[in-house]
Design a protein around this ligand. Structure first.
Ligand code: ZN
Length: 143
């Protein structure tokens, strides 16, 4: 048997104008899948920064608001002096914690050339320390 595994890699760039945001990146990932030509395989999508997340959930604005309120309760941005990490001169300790809860990456099965989602599943970029250029890695392997 001869395996003809394809491999595809792309970086998606974001510059969010606010400190925090949730962005549906499913269309960009679907475009990557199209470019890869993979019909059966796996798609990894991960944040390349330790103050941002990639996660899967519903594209519903009320839910995103609820996430933001919940994350602010768990790890409030202010007062920045409450965090030892911020003694380094940074002010983003809360962003590191929010990223940890919301996760670094997702893996989606590829079946018949499509992302094999469950009901309502969409891929999001979660920004917790924006206003600068940051990247998401898309890696697709399969045949
Ligand atoms: Zn930091």
């Amino acid at each position: 048997m001869i395996l003809a595994m394809k491999s595809y890699r792309k970086e998606l760039w974001f510059e969010v104008p606010s400190r925090r945001a949730f962005i549906n990146i499913t269309p960009q990932v679907e475009q990557c899948l199209k470019e890869s030509g993979v019909r059966e395989g796996l798609c990894l999508v991960n944040a390349m920064h330790i103050t941002a997340s990639v996660f899967i959930n519903d594209d519903e604005s009320g839910l995103h608001h609820d996430y933001d309120v919940w994350l602010e309760k768990l790890a409030p941005h202010e007062p920045v002096s409450a965090y030892r990490h911020n003694r380094t001169g940074e002010d983003n300790a809360d962003a590191h914690m929010k990223r940890q809860i919301m996760g670094r990456e997702v893996v989606v099965a590829i079946t018949g050339g499509k992302l094999d989602f469950g009901p309502w599943e969409q891929i999001f970029y979660g920004e917790f320390d924006g206003r600068r250029r940051k990247r998401v890695l898309v890696k697709i392997i399969g045949e």
